[in-house]
Design a protein around this ligand. Structure first.
Ligand SMILES: Nc1ncnc2c1ncn2[C@@H]1O[C@H](COP(=O)(O)OP(=O)(O)OP(=O)(O)O)[C@@H](O)[C@H]1O
Length: 351
């Protein structure tokens, strides 16, 4: 009898907690992030929302310029009669306004190449840019920016010891590859991987950045999920090639972002076509239409279609990204178009 009673009491408590949670979510959805013009719940900024007794606990993932959202949340939730207090854990990367992830469903589609060239194109437009190479399975951003194995400096700050990013071509860079021994695979697993990644997210002294681009490992493993859950990512840029098999992998990738609520900002189709040096005609070597199909499916914009260009490959090998090294090339024009769209969305370049 008493067992039945405590059981039904527990069910009642759960139902109450669930209806309170819905009430909180509805109020939070009334708070609009002014630049992105969408509510903070849909933008994935509110995570780990829990109601315990008469207290609300949540994590707020924001850029350095969005601190006022904390006050707005407190004020909005103060109207709830049963709530004694709201506890907000603010998760931000100090000094960083906009954090974006660059992701792909599978390896080798040009995700790192795209991340480096977007960073370079943003830099050329006057933005302060950082690149976090979190591709633990194949960290190659240092090479793509012309850096060999360099020592990472650690500095003492008021909030503890921090890694100092390297600076190359005006772009700040931190890479798991810089911690690895040359020619040795990074064989981190489970808790060690989690710790290294969270340290990377929290313990780098970036200074003031308009954009931090995170080059994610391909696919949907532990490393990706940790980074997405632990960082204030405003949105993800998905890189794919035009063929169907690449697109199927991106679909799995998208599911992972939707779980956390991180919005997909757009699709970039890489290796879309080869331009004939003589007549300028375009040949779709790897098929066509994949990026458009994905964009339609996701209702996200197709930000750009990057041609196959031998300079992209050789520039990547010698550390001279095409967006800097050959600014008038068709590929560079696509990167300019992509960053113009990003700046239109975030209005982050305030220099
Ligand atoms: N548009 C392009 N034209 C010519 N070569 C390209 C192009 N995009 C990428 N490449 C080349 O393809 C190779 C793979 O690119 P990249 O390393 O950027 O892929 P990735 O998706 O980051 O791979 P992974 O995640 O496995 O590291 C590189 O040698 C790069 O120079």
């Amino acid at each position: 009898m008493s067992n039945n009673h405590s059981c039904s009491q527990r069910l009642e408590d759960t139902a109450q907690s669930e209806s309170r949670k819905q009430e909180v979510v509805q109020l939070l959805k009334q708070i609009i992030e002014p630049t992105l013009k969408n509510d903070i719940v849909s933008l994935g900024m509110v995570r780990n929302l829990r109601i315990v007794d008469d207290y609300i606990y949540l994590r707020l993932y924001i850029g350095s310029h969005q601190q006022q959202l904390q006050t707005e949340i407190q004020s909005k939730l103060s109207s709830i009669s049963w709530c004694k207090k709201t506890y907000i854990q603010v998760c931000t990367i100090p000094g960083v306004r906009i954090t974006l992830a660059v992701s792909s469903g599978k390896g080798g589609v040009g995700k790192s190449t795209t991340a480096v060239n977007i960073a370079a194109a943003l830099k050329l437009q006057g933005a302060k840019v950082g690149l976090l190479d979190a591709d633990v399975y194949g960290p190659n951003l240092p090479q793509m920016l012309g850096l060999g194995q360099a020592d990472i400096q650690v500095i003492h700050t008021a909030t503890g010891d921090k890694f100092l990013p390297l600076e190359v071509q005006g772009i700040k860079l931190m890479s798991v590859g810089l911690l690895a021994e040359v020619n040795r695979p990074l064989a981190w697993r489970g808790p060690v991987l989690h710790k290294i990644i969270t340290q990377f997210l929290q313990d780098v002294e970036w200074g003031e950045l308009d954009y931090l681009l995170i080059d994610l490992p391909p696919g949907t493993g532990d490393a990706q999920i940790t980074i997405i859950q632990e960082s204030p990512i405003c949105g993800v840029i998905l890189v794919t090639t035009p063929q169907q098999v690449a697109i199927a992998d991106v679909r799995r990738n998208i599911y992972m972002f939707r779980q956390v609520g991180v919005p997909v900002l757009g699709i970039i189709e890489n290796m879309s076509y080869l331009i004939c040096g003589d007549c300028g005609s375009r040949t779709p070597i790897f098929g066509s239409g994949g990026g458009e199909q994905l964009a339609a499916e996701l209702q996200a914009p197709l930000l750009g279609q990057i041609p196959i260009d031998p300079y992209i490959c050789s520039g990547g090998d010698i550390g001279n990204p095409i967006a800097i090294g050959d600014r008038t090339s068709p590929a560079s024009e696509v990167f300019v178009k992509i960053v113009t769209a990003l700046e239109g969305t975030f209005s982050a370049n305030c220099s």
